[in-house]
Design a protein around this ligand. Structure first.
Ligand SMILES: [Zn+2]
Length: 147
């Protein structure tokens, strides 16, 4: 007989994050939940491990830098986040399920904007298909300056 769950979680975001981690095969530990929450809080974020760590320090969360690196590696290897290489070569991470998009990167300020122009993305599919391929991953960064 299936055990009845006695402790009900009333926060829908927390239970949805727990479910997401479990579905990916990960135990919902506190650091994993904290880091997933940070990504979900800003689903357009492209953060480095160091930036996440500093953000946690500022908010009084005592999570260690080594834990941040380890959790990012866990979330990446289980398909929840993905690594994006932008600009200076530092690994940045974003949620993996944000859909196909490309980035424009401000070379002065470092701001990263996501664009998902369907006409351009469809054209890329066409061009690749003409060569006999299909796109399996898309990492396109356009480096810009304000005008
Ligand atoms: Zn992105």
């Amino acid at each position: 007989m299936k055990a009845t769950r006695t402790q009900t979680n009333t926060n829908p975001q927390t239970s949805s994050m727990e479910q997401q981690l479990r579905n990916a095969g990960l135990k919902p530990t506190l650091p994993r939940m904290d880091i997933l929450r940070a990504f979900r809080a800003d689903d357009r974020a492209h953060v480095t491990a160091a930036e996440l760590y500093l953000e946690f320090q500022r908010s009084g969360n005592a999570i260690g830098i080594a834990t941040v690196y380890r959790v990012l590696a866990d979330l990446e290897s289980h398909g929840i986040i993905k690594r994006v290489q932008i600009g200076n070569g530092k690994a940045r991470f974003e949620l993996a399920n944000t859909g196909r998009h490309f980035h424009i990167v401000d070379v002065n300020g470092g701001e990263i904007v996501e664009l998902a122009d369907q006409v351009l993305l469809a054209r890329l599919d066409e061009l690749v298909a003409q060569e006999g391929y299909r796109i399996v991953d898309l990492q396109l960064n356009v480096y810009v300056q304000p005008v």
